[in-house]
Structure formats: structure tokens, C-alpha cells
Design a protein around this ligand. Structure first.
Ligand code: AMP
Length: 618
């Protein structure tokens, strides 16, 4: 198969590919880093000071709307929390309903749309998706490596936690695209760690590995089976709100009661300074037996023994997760060949000791736990670049396959680089009351609007039984077989009515055209994304308008004239915004309408319940 290179800066397709560097990225919750392979050896890229490879995953919006990422942004967490975004990885691919019970954790504004649409973050009068925010971090990493190599890069491998679902993986890919990166592969973080430790190259019968990852704010453990270069995640477990920050917190609580610091802690600056001292104590006690320092007039002391007593319950919790993961994988501790340590917090000696007694073997800690995932990503990238012949690459789809949805948007069902054969199903519904037919138009390509992609075919699912909009459940299934034939099937699940077509996506398209389509999607990523968010905001707004009109019709008697008038004027404002092209204005009008109507909806619900009780209709 001939390889085709894309030269982004010149916008050309090169037939003869020059070996391009593919970069590996660890896009972390707390910190992110970028790595690449030089002569077969992975290395992480440090900042201009040549010291630190970690870039804090923090984004700050200055009042003039310019963006800071990394250390400079992290400094703003205290002084300007509303405009400083952290932990955006926790929001990737999530709807508001998914994160509703965690919203107090975030210091910035997450928009309450009270439904299943994807979360948005509000910074002053602008709305950002987690994808756009992650793209800012990725752009910073891209810039760092380009400055270091004095060359442009355009292809990347990005790691994600093993438990990330399809939506979270797709969101990570979209963020890469928006940052101008062609994301060749999404790799599980524990798989990357195993690659970094060279475990896949062992020619033995295969091995079983436990990867223990304790970062700044999250903990996860994965059990992997590696056989013939194929990595299989057997089980995962963890706690997405447990990490190094919690170890700092128990030290703060200890000092606070020991030195009676309650009054001082009311001062945000003192609190922050104490937090930094606690982190320093924790890090010092990874190497020394005692810690002593001063803050204002206080002397702060902590011995390693006391520290270990304090953190013991937290460490025990992580060990319980390890046992649960082993149970799910149906394995005993003795069946684990290697225990790999990932994340800065695994430097704590007590963790290594406890893991050693649990698994009966010394955990692997020769690589820097902060860098191990990025190093593994760089190895995977090098394999994809064709520099590591020992690894076989599985057959994959070169372009995404999907269908047209409301507003002419491309809904990707089989993302590019999916393994062949593959089978994916997704449920859809109707948008009009009593809708009898549903057109399924199949497209190939990476652009957000179907008009910019390649149409492969279409068919109509007929005889859907009459039902209100949103009630029918229509499953669309994509089956791509080993010969590259795509079968698309649509089935209404209540009536079992179904239709299907068969297409060969690679028919009539040359590799050069494919490469051009990819190049095009990257060149237009920003404009496409803007168009997509506008269309999505409009679609969402239109359903809010319809639902609000229905709501007034059904409940007008319960509300005062003024309330109905106000509600109507909010709806009108939203209608006007939908006519325009400013997605932030649409989101703002939707936000205002939701805020105004929420107490009314609650009242209507209370009223309807009490009416029902009165009439004993229940
Ligand atoms: P990560 O998210 O993997 O970068 O993890 C960062 C976490 O590792 C933070 O909570 C740090 O305080 C913690 N950490 C870094 N170095 C050490 C150390 N020497 N001992 C204990 N914890 C550390």
C-alpha cells in the first residue's frame, strides 16, 4: 500500500512520503506532556527552561480574550478562578446530566441545560465546549514540540483512560483536529505505560499486567493482557475523585487541628500557601524521614510515620480498587506478572510497599511516573510511522463513516482508524409527530457538514408506526466486514420494521483523494467546528422553543399574566437569536430562558401533583 504524506504548511499532498515525526501526547487531568521518538528512543519535550516536561492542564482567559495555558494559567487559579479552567478532561464527552452532582467541584461556570446535550463552559459572555478547551492545551503542546524540533508536526497519538467511552474518545479526537493535529490513534493510558516498559516486545507466551495510576486528582487501576502485540483491557477500577490533592488535604487538616489554624484558613492566601507547604511536605517525605518548615509565625512539622498513618485510609481505598479489578478480571494477585506505576503520587514509598505486599512482587518504577504514559504514546507513534517493524498494525478504516442528522450535520458512526471488521449501532428517533419515513443518508469523510463529505448512498426506512416525535427508537447499525464492505441497517425497534443497503466505501476513491479529504478537514477544522456548534445550538434552541410553547399552553392557568408575558418575551428573544449566527448569543438566550422557566416548571409540577392527589387520580 503506497503511503501518502500531507504537507500542511504548503497544503500539498506528497506521494513520496518523507518519514514524518508522529508525536505522542499524554492529555492529563492535571498535567499534559508531549513526547517523540528519536532514533527509536522515546523522549519527552521540556519547556524553554529545559527543566520541566509537564504543562499544567489549565487554561486562563484574559480580559482581552487572549488565552494563557500552563504555568501562567495555573497562577490565575487563585486570583481569577471564574476565568480559569482546570480539569477539563473530566468534562470531555459529558452531558450536564452526567456531571450535575459534581458541579461544585469546578470553580468556573458549567452551563445548566438540564438535559443530555453536551456541557458548555461559560467564561464571561462566551461559551466553550470541553473540546475547544482541550484543543487549547493541545495547541500549546504542538507549539512546544515544533519550537523544540524547529519543524512543524501534524500527526499525533493521544492517550485516554482505559474507561473512556466512545463519546469521550471521539471528543479527544475532535480536540486534536481542532488543534491542527491528525489524531492517528487514541491509545489507552495503561497500554501506553506497558509499551514504555517494553512489555509488548517480550516474545514469551503473553503476560498480564496491573497498571496502578495515582495522579493529582484521579486514581485508576487497569488489568491488561498482552499477547502477540495485542493489548486487551481485562478490567478497570478506580475513583475519579482521589489523588495527590487528597494526600495534601489530610496534611492540611492535620496541621490545622494541631496548630489551631482555623482563623488563618479564612484568608485565601494563607490557605493557598499552606496547601503548597503540605505538598512540599508530602514530596519531601518521599525521600526523607522528617519535614520542618515555617509559614508566617507557625512552625510546621511532619514525620514520615505520622504522614503514613494519615494517608493510610486513602491508600487502602486504592488497594480495594485493585482487588475489585482483579476480581472482575477473574485473576489472583499471583497471576499478575508486572505491576506498573503511573502518576506522580506513586512516588510515595508507602504505596510501593503496600503494592509489593499485595502483589508479592516489586512494582516497576524505573521510569518517571509522570512521563511514562507520554513515552508510551511516542512509542506507539513511532510504530505507526513505520519505524518499528516488529509490531503489526491492524487493518483500519481510512476515513470516518456516518449519517446525516438534523441541520445537515455529519454524525460519525464508525470513526476513521476503527478496526476492520467492526460493528457499531446507535439509536435515533424522529423529529416530527407521526413521522412515517426516515431517510438514512450515508457519508464518508472528516468534515462536520455532510455537504463537504462524500455521499455513499441513501435509503428510506418506511412504515414507521405513527407516534409522537422522539418516541420511535430507530437503531442504525454499521457493519464493516473484513473485505471493506459496509452494510447499513435501519430498524424501528417497536415495529421491527427494517431496511438495509450494502456499499463499498473504498470504491471509486483513490488514496490521493482520501489524503486530500483529510487535508481538507484539517484545514477547515476551525470553521467546521464553529459551524457545528452553531447548528447544534440552533437545534437545541429550537427544541427548547417548542417545549416552552407547549409548556405555556398546558400550564398558562397556573401562572400570572406577567409571568406568561415574561416567559413569552424570553422565548421571543431566543427565537431572534436563532435567526442570527452568534452561538454565544443563542446559548445565552437559552440559558436565560432556562433560568427563568425552571422555578415555573417546578411550580407546575407541584400543582399538577396536588391536583392529581385531590382528584385521587393517582
Ligand atoms: P500527575 O497528575 O500524574 O502529574 O500527578 C501529580 C501529583 O503527583 C501531584 O499531586 C503531586 O503532588 C504528586 N507528586 C509529585 N511528586 C511527588 C513526590 N515526590 N512524592 C509524592 N507525590 C508527588
Amino acid at each position: 500500500m503506497a503511503k501518502i504524506g500531507i504537507n500542511l504548511s504548503e497544503g500539498k499532498v506528497n506521494k513520496e512520503e518523507k518519514k514524518e515525526i508522529i508525536i505522542g501526547i499524554d492529555l492529563g487531568t492535571t498535567n499534559s506532556l508531549v513526547a517523540y521518538s528519536k532514533d527509536g528512543n522515546p523522549i519527552t519535550v521540556k519547556g524553554k527552561d529545559g527543566k520541566n516536561s509537564l504543562i499544567p492542564s489549565v487554561i486562563h482567559f484574559k480580559s482581552d480574550k487572549t488565552v494563557l495555558v500552563g504555568d501562567e494559567a495555573k497562577e490565575k487559579l487563585i486570583t481569577d478562578p471564574e476565568n480559569t479552567i482546570y480539569s477539563v478532561k473530566r468534562l470531555m464527552g459529558k452531558s450536564f446530566n452526567d456531571v450535575d452532582n459534581q458541579k461544585d467541584y469546578f470553580g468556573y461556570r458549567i452551563i445548566d441545560t438540564d438535559d443530555d446535550s453536551l456541557v458548555k463552559i461559560r467564561v464571561e459572555d462566551k461559551f466553550y465546549s470541553p473540546i475547544e478547551l482541550s484543543a487549547q492545551i493541545l495547541k500549546t503542546l504542538k507549539k512546544r514540540i515544533e519550537e523544540n524540533l524547529e519543524n512543524s508536526v501534524s500527526k499525533a497519538v493521544i492517550t485516554v483512560p482505559a474507561y473512556f467511552n466512545d463519546a469521550q474518545r471521539q471528543a479527544t479526537k475532535d480536540a486534536g483536529k481542532l488543534a491542527g493535529l491528525d489524531v492517528l490513534r487514541i491509545v489507552n493510558e495503561p497500554t501506553a505505560a506497558a509499551l514504555a516498559y517494553g512489555l509488548s516486545l517480550d516474545q514469551n507466551d503473553g503476560q498480564t499486567v496491573a497498571v496502578y495510576d495515582l495522579g493529582g486528582g484521579t486514581f485508576d487501576v487497569s488489568v491488561l493482557r498482552i499477547e502477540n502485540g495485542i493489548f486487551e483491557v481485562l478490567s478497570t477500577n478506580g475513583n475519579t475523585f482521589l489523588g495527590g490533592d487528597d494526600l495534601d488535604r489530610v496534611i492540611i487538616d492535620h496541621w490545622s487541628s494541631l496548630y489551631k489554624l482555623e482563623d488563618q484558613l479564612a484568608d485565601a492566601n494563607f490557605k493557598q500557601a499552606l496547601r503548597l507547604k503540605a505538598e512540599l511536605a508530602k514530596k519531601t517525605l518521599s525521600k526523607q524521614e522528617t519535614f520542618k518548615d515555617t509559614l508566617n509565625n507557625f512552625t510546621l512539622e511532619l514525620s514520615k510515620d505520622t504522614f503514613e498513618v494519615l494517608i493510610n485510609p486513602l491508600i487502602e481505598e486504592t488497594l480495594n480498587c485493585c482487588n475489585a479489578a482483579l476480581k472482575d478480571a477473574k485473576l489472583s494477585t499471583a497471576e499478575i506478572d508486572h505491576v506498573l506505576l503511573v502518576g506522580g503520587s506513586t512516588r510515595v514509598p508507602l504505596i510501593k510497599e503496600k503494592l509489593q505486599s499485595l502483589f508479592g512482587k516489586v512494582p516497576n518504577d524505573t521510569l518517571d511516573p509522570d512521563e511514562v504514559v507520554a513515552l508510551g504514546a511516542a512509542i506507539q507513534a513511532d510504530i505507526l510511522a513505520g519505524n518499528n517493524r516488529e509490531m503489526l498494525l491492524l487493518d483500519i478504516t481510512p476515513l470516518s463513516l456516518g449519517i446525516e442528522t438534523v441541520g445537515g450535520l455529519m454524525d460519525v458512526i464508525l470513526p476513521r482508524n476503527s478496526k476492520i471488521p467492526s460493528s457499531v449501532g446507535r439509536n435515533y428517533t424522529t423529529s416530527i409527530d407521526g413521522q412515517k419515513n426516515l431517510k438514512v443518508a450515508v457519508y464518508q469523510g472528516e468534515r462536520d457538514l455532510v455537504k463537504d463529505n462524500r455521499k455513499l448512498g441513501e435509503f428510506i426506512l418506511t412504515d414507521i408506526p405513527p407516534m409522537p416525535a422522539g418516541i420511535p427508537k430507530i437503531e442504525i447499525q454499521f457493519l464493516l466486514d473484513a473485505d471493506g464492505i459496509l452494510k447499513v441497517k435501519a430498524k424501528e425497534l417497536r415495529s421491527e420494521q427494517e431496511t438495509e443497503i450494502r456499499i463499498k466505501p473504498s470504491y471509486g476513491i483513490s488514496e490521493e483523494e482520501m489524503a486530500l479529504m483529510l487535508l481538507d478537514s484539517m484545514k477547515n477544522a476551525e470553521a467546521d467546528m464553529a459551524q457545528r456548534v452553531l447548528l447544534e445550538a440552533r437545534n437545541e434552541a429550537n427544541s427548547v422553543i417548542l417545549a416552552s410553547a407547549k409548556f405555556i399552553e398546558q400550564n398558562a392557568a397556573i401562572f400570572s399574566e406577567v409571568e406568561v408575558k415574561d416567559l413569552k418575551s424570553y422565548i421571543q428573544k431566543l427565537k431572534e437569536a436563532v435567526e442570527g449566527t452568534d452561538k454565544d448569543l443563542i446559548n445565552k438566550a437559552m440559558d436565560e430562558l432556562n433560568t427563568f422557566s425552571r422555578p415555573l416548571a417546578e411550580r407546575a409540577m407541584d400543582h399538577n401533583i396536588s391536583e392529581a392527589m385531590k382528584g385521587k387520580k393517582l
